[in-house]
Design a protein around this ligand. Structure first.
Ligand code: AGP
Length: 648
């Protein structure tokens, strides 16, 4: 990297410590990676007849799972913009604020910093040089360096290392240059900047308005008798209203205490449909559980049943609300499942079930690879995007890629009105409710349920299975939530005990064959992401091709053994591990005898082979959770992670 790139250490490129003589240059690649990786933040805003600060702080606490290392608010007092920022959790900010302030208008932000250490300078809100424009931002501005050079030529200067400060100044620049008011300045900015953003803006000359705009980053606008609200997701404002608007990409809005006006990119006023949210506020509280994760694990029987019955009535699957009819399904001859993280693991499970039940070829791709792999997709195919948040950037880009190639797209999504849901041709919603813990559990389980229903309906539409099999599968699925409830009531104690035995492990291996291998991927991720234990998942038959060299005395190997037709093969793989000194923890139904190999066994309820991932994953979630509890780490907000990754 030439020096010209490093002329200003605050933005992109390499990072120079001390004076700039060549010998001292230290390239910090993490820096470059970090800019690209500003995972996500949470923004909230309120204008109305109530005190704003308690509403902002309450909303930010609900959004803390989106980012939690620095925060700030801006509010109007005596027609002046007051800004208060802090490093650390929202509590720190709350203690800095004069919560007695009578202000009834404000915006707030909780940040997830990756480039430029969490500091008050870098925390939001950011303000233009003369204080005319103050804003909070979730997303990333790709061409901010270019804009900095442009603005510097017009006398602007910068105090932070953020791309967001650029936004405040470019809006101010257009506001002053064209004197056409806020909407004109915001629209010109949206045309000029590249990247993703959801912004809330205060203009000094318009002290009784909050302006918002978005592109690719999530934003929801709420309306109630007490005022107007905005937030990155509904959990932040659910306490105050269930009446919401969704603004589309490159749209803006002006929030007043008793009215909201929407604009398109031409500055014309547009109408938006008011929607009502089904979820209630308790869904986003802990209800006496120690962590959101364990609360959400216990919610699985209910949300699995809710999701199942939202599509199955009178023993018949009905996807009509999504527009996915039997006629459409029967003409689909290729399935391409694309997703990230745990959602990808649902895809791997779905591949086994769809191919075996419907005899339709399925390809499963990690979204960040799919979008650049120039994939070969068949015109009579269907691309299925699976996502809890519906905002994961790589999955959204993969959806757009498939649409650009003229392939039908189906989204299996949990958040109503999210970008992926709104852009897909068909949507099958999961009814997991708001999922707060970063490590997904209940959303994962409801995605499995929808995937099974899709496989059954596809197989039936293609006459691969007939009525009896159809009903047999549905009636067994209908038993799943009770079986899981039962397991949660009876199985937790033994898992807690096993977890305490393994709380000091450094490494673990998960193995299985077929669907057991597919679900072991999720088991391994759950342990990794919340307890920071290094773990890998392997197809059991693959171990002897290299990895078995890592097995030594007391290495923990978790064998998932539910596939009866692969029983012997899996047991012999576990024997290979045991003979190298490995500790064997098996997860199996009592219809399968693992006594020959297992040092510990977690007994799970039995079911039909296709549905074992739904039961085995509960044991895997609990094992990861209790090992993490034993390690005393922050379960709901694991380090280096955020709930949904809205940039690539
Ligand atoms: C899972 O626990 C993680 N939070 C992560 O792997 C997640 O599954 C992934 O980021 C995909 O998120 P999405 O389902 O919201 O698209």
């Amino acid at each position: 990297m030439g020096d010209e790139e490093c002329s200003d250490r605050r933005f992109g490129g390499c990072y120079m410590k001390g004076n700039h003589t060549k010998s001292k240059i230290k390239i910090v690649t993490k820096m470059v990676f970090c800019r690209k990786n500003e995972i996500m933040c949470g923004i909230v805003g309120y204008i109305g007849n109530k005190k704003a600060l308690p509403i902002l702080i309450d909303g930010l606490k609900k959004l803390e799972y989106r980012g939690y290392d620095s925060a700030g608010v801006a509010y109007i007092e005596n027609n002046n913009v007051q800004i208060v920022k802090s490093v650390g959790r929202i509590d720190v900010l709350e203690n800095k604020l004069n919560m007695k302030s009578s202000t009834t208008l404000g915006i707030g932000h909780t940040r997830w910093a990756t480039h430029g250490e969490p500091s008050e300078d870098n925390a939001h809100p950011h303000i233009s040089n003369d204080g005319n424009v103050t804003l909070v931002h979730n997303g990333i501005i790709e061409n901010y360096q270019e804009l900095i050079h442009k603005l510097k030529k017009h006398g602007y200067h910068f105090y932070s290392e953020t791309d967001t400060e650029v936004l405040a100044n470019i809006i101010d620049y257009y506001y002053k240059k064209y004197k056409m008011g806020p909407i004109d300045a915001i629209n010109r900015t949206m045309v000029r900047v590249r990247g993703s953003y959801a912004i809330a803006v205060l203009f000094k000359e318009h002290p009784d308005e909050i302006w918002v705009a978005r592109k690719d980053s999530p934003m929801i606008i709420g309306e109630s008798d007490s005022g107007s609200y905005l937030a990155s997701d509904v959990s932040a404002i659910l306490k105050y209203t269930k009446k919401v608007y969704y603004i589309d990409n490159l749209e803006a809005a002006c929030l007043k205490s008793n009215h909201i006006t929407f604009y398109d990119l031409n500055g014309d006023i547009i109408n938006k449909e008011l929607k009502t949210i089904e979820w209630d506020v308790t869904a986003s509280e802990k209800n006496g559980y120690e962590h959101f994760m364990i609360k959400e694990i216990h919610e699985q029987p209910e949300v699995i049943s809710k999701t199942f019955h939202s599509y199955v009535e009178d023993d018949k699957i009905d996807f009509s609300k999504s527009g996915l009819s039997g006629d459409i399904l029967k003409d689909i001859n290729h399935i391409y499942i694309v997703a990230c993280g745990s959602a990808y693991h649902v895809g791997v499970c779905a591949q086994y079930v769809i191919e075996d039940l419907a005899r339709v070829p399925v390809k499963v791709d990690i979204a960040s690879e799919f979008r650049y792999r120039n994939p070969l997709l068949s015109k009579d195919g269907l691309v299925i995007i699976i996502s809890q948040s519906g905002e994961t950037a790589d999955s959204l880009a993969a959806l757009r890629e498939a649409k650009a190639m003229g392939i039908k797209t189906l989204a299996i999504v949990n958040v109503v009105g999210s970008s992926i849901a709104r852009e897909a041709d068909y949507v099958l919603y999961t009814l997991a409710g708001p999922e707060i813990a970063v490590a997904t559990t209940k959303a994962f389980s409801t995605q499995l349920i929808v995937s099974y229903l899709f496989a059954i309906e596809l197989a039936y539409a293609k006459n691969v299975i007939h009525k009896d099999k159809y009903h047999e599968l549905l009636s067994e699925m209908n038993l799943l939530s009770n079986k899981i409830e039962d397991f949660l009531n009876k199985g937790i104690k033994s898992i807690q005990k096993i977890a305490s035995e393994f709380s000091s492990i450094q490494d673990a291996f998960y193995i299985g064959r077929g669907l057991d291998y597919a679900i072991s991927l999720e088991g391994s991720l759950k342990l990794k992401e919340i307890s920071y234990v290094h773990s890998e998942a392997y197809a059991a038959g693959e171990l002897k091709h290299g990895t078995i060299s890592l097995i030594e005395d007391h290495t923990l190997v978790i064998g998932i053994v539910t596939m009866e037709d692969l029983y012997e093969k899996t047991i012999s793989n576990l024997i290979e591990v045991k003979s190298r000194g490995g500790y064997i923890l098996t997860i199996s139904p009592n219809t399968i005898d693992v006594s020959k190999v297992s040092d510990y066994n977690i007994n799970i309820p039995s079911t039909i082979k296709y549905f074992y991932p739904s039961i085995a994953v509960i044991a895997l979630q609990l094992l990861g959770y209790y090992i993490a509890v034993a390690k005393g780490v922050d379960i709901d907000k694991p380090r280096n992670l955020a709930k949904s990754v809205t940039v690539e």
